[in-house]
Design a protein. Structure first.
Ligand code: MIG
Length: 645
């Protein structure tokens, strides 16, 4: 059961797409209203609190303080309050499970019993918001109801489930081709290569540096023949450059955000001084989406949207080096940036003018919506899109990656924690920079990280400029990397099928163990094992130097070891020590279920989803199958596979 409570004049966020009846008397929370609205709810000692998508710390958010205020900060420490996305859903798992979605694009502070006094405290800076309360029979039931009102997940094409390689620093066609052929030579599967900002002419969106890519359309076609897609980056700001068609159109039609003097606001980002498109306006989104024709007309079908919190280097008011000019009294974000966001304005379609600060968390989401809707108009098949910044609702148009993590074991663990939390908030197609973005990775960390990424929908190795090269073929015994990545491709008949079924049913794809085994008290504390799709449990090795790990099985399962071949054995419920050499992956299939596995291939273009063996102890599997790109997706595409004898 879901009810909504409306306060003030809420800004349209487009997060909820179904009608939800209004409640009369607020339940679960007490409300204190002043300049901001503060909702308080007592927690029982044993309550767990799930949700909050892209935030730090574990899957159970209890004991922390989190702030929804989208922000570009690579210091992903446990106490960092804000990341790139705002996912304002909490799910309290206790005696009477319930969920609360605070639908507001302004700053929200979630204090999830950080002081240990048993209080959940949510402080919404704007008095204009909608609160949705969800009551259900379990935490999982609450989440499913919530997913039911926010609309269906973005459906990426099959190739987006392949392995992608990326690095900030690939500059030319030659750089990209070299990475492609090195993968092919080493027998390491590959489906796409990302093009970071250096492909552009002076970092200007919707341009290509013709010296580096003399014939992008031809090049895109040649790469596609090898089964490799190119995925260019697109940044939020439009360079101020009269004569550039996109800039000129933006000026002529008044598509940019305004400053205090009603002129177009100026902020410095990669291309130099830019204007920010006012993505909160429908007509601006339509225009910006159409701009992607520049790419689609050259054969490109996949994109990543960056810098859309928005990230700002400096503004017309504040230089990079300037000290904060006034003490703004906000300890949670660097003052200078808060001031920047207060300095520019959106003109909402409801007629209101609001500062970016007031509607901040919608900016990246509306860029994603603009791009997704544009690509949907431009292409007759499914596109790949993932964004850095997001808000719930953007999951209908694209996926997200979790931004600038680092090559550390802690970040690998955080990747595992993020997956179920993001799924609760609708972001099924997501993943982290495999191997780590900042800092230097190493062979062991990258192999263990790949073994996790095998199970995340977005599986992309990405790293920052000036860090150690992190393509798999750069390391000793590249065949070990081939083995792990091959497992991804062999499991695609299962992973793709389970992803599509979850998306079409508006369900989660990756869940905490406790969602599948609610009666088992032990799993409530386990955050480093996850359920992937309906039938698989993973228990990845997340520790440096570990030869294996302890795994808890809530029921008897089939243990599958992959070292180039699958070997299966039935194992009992309870705790067991498992050896996991660096070049192997161990995972589990639930009792009485099956997992279809295909042949090893070098890209999804070679994959036959129908040519499978069935692993596990079950008898039937319902497999979703399509051509990997049709827009006509439906559960009627499922076929039944039966295991003989
Ligand atoms: O200021 O485009 O998160 O993935 O490689 C850095 C360069 C801008 C941030 C993204 C990262 C990307 C980088 N970008």
């Amino acid at each position: 059961m879901i009810t909504q409570y409306s306060y003030g004049t809420p800004v349209e966020t487009f997060a909820v797409v179904e009608d939800v009846p209004a409640g009369h008397q607020l339940t679960h929370f007490t409300l204190e209203s002043g300049p901001s609205l503060t909702f308080t709810c007592p927690l029982a000692a044993t309550d767990l609190v799930y949700g909050l998508g892209e935030t730090m710390r574990g899957v159970n958010k209890r004991g922390g303080r989190y702030i929804s205020f989208n922000y570009d900060d690579p210091k992903h420490r446990d106490d960092m309050p804000s990341m790139y996305g705002a996912h304002n859903l909490l799910v309290v798992d206790g005696e009477t499970p319930f969920g609360a979605f605070f639908d507001t694009p302004a700053k929200v502070v979630f204090d999830v019993d950080s002081k240990g006094n048993g209080l959940l405290n949510v402080s919404c800076e704007s008095p204009d918001l909608r609160l949705y309360l969800v009551e259900g029979s379990s935490a999982y039931d609450v989440v499913k109801q919530f997913l039911g009102i926010i609309g269906r997940s973005f459906l990426p094409p099959l190739w987006a489930f392949g392995y992608g390689q990326s690095r900030w620093g690939y500059k030319t066609e030659k750089d990209i081709s070299r990475v492609a052929s090195k993968h092919r030579d080493a027998g390491i599967p590959l489906d796409y290569l990302c093009m970071d900002i250096d492909y552009m002419d002076r970092y200007i969106d919707f341009t290509v540096n013709r010296r580096r890519f003399p014939d992008l359309a031809g090049y895109t076609a040649r790469m596609k023949e090898q089964g490799i897609h190119l995925v260019p980056i697109v940044d939020a700001g439009i360079k101020i450059e009269p004569g550039n068609a996109v800039y000129d159109e933006g000026i002529q039609n008044d598509y940019f955000c305004k400053n205090r003097e009603e002129k177009n606001f100026q902020a410095e980002v990669w291309p130099g001084m830019t204007h920010f498109p006012d993505f909160l306006q429908e007509k601006v989104r339509h225009w910006f989406g159409d701009c992607y024709q520049f790419y689609t007309s050259q054969g490109l079908e996949g994109f990543w949207n960056d810098m859309n919190e928005p990230a700002i280097f400096s503004t017309e008011y504040r230089s990079k080096l300037a000290k904060p000019d006034v003490a703004r009294g906000d300890p949670d974000q660097p003052d200078r940036h808060i001031a920047d966001f207060k300095d520019f304005f959106h003109r909402l379609d409801d007629g209101r003018q609001m500062s970016n600060y007031e509607v901040h968390n919608l900016y990246g989401a509306m860029m994603t919506r603009a791009s997704g809707e544009g690509l949907n108009r431009l292409l007759d098949r499914r596109y790949l899109l993932f964004s850095r910044s997001s808000y719930i609702g953007a999951h209908r148009y694209g996926g997200i990656w979790t931004g600038d993590n680092a090559s550390t074991w802690h970040m690998l663990r955080q990747n595992v924690y993020h997956m179920p939390s993001l799924n609760m908030c609708g972001f099924l197609y997501s993943g982290a920079d495999t191997g780590g973005f900042g800092g230097n990775t190493n062979r062991e960390l990258l192999l263990r990280w790949l073994a996790v990424s095998v199970f995340t929908p977005l599986m992309r190795n990405h790293t920052a400029i000036l860090t150690r090269h992190q393509e798999c073929y750069r390391f000793r015994d590249p065949e070990d990397f081939r083995t792990i990545i091959s497992l991804r491709y062999r499991l695609l008949p299962y992973l793709y099928s389970e992803f599509m079924k979850a998306a079409l049913r508006q369900d989660m794809f990756i869940r905490p163990l406790a969602f599948d085994y609610p009666e088992d008290q032990r799993v409530r504390k386990i955050e480093d094992q996850l359920v992937v799709g309906g039938n698989v449990m993973i228990a990845p090795v997340l520790e440096k130097g570990a030869k294996g790990r302890t795994v808890y099985l809530p029921e008897p399962m089939t243990e599958v070891r992959y070292n180039g071949e699958f070997s299966c054995s039935d194992v009992e419920a309870g705790e067991r020590m498992v050896d996991v050499p660096l070049n192997e992956v161990v995972f589990y299939i639930k009792r009485g279920t099956l997992v279809p596995a295909g042949k090893a291939v070098s890209c999804t273009a070679e994959l036959n989803l129908e040519d499978v063996v069935l692993l596990g102890s079950g008898t039937v599997y319902e497999q979703y199958v399509d051509d990997g790109s049709t827009k006509e997706c439906g559960l009627d595409r499922c076929v039944i596979r039966r295991k003989e004898g």
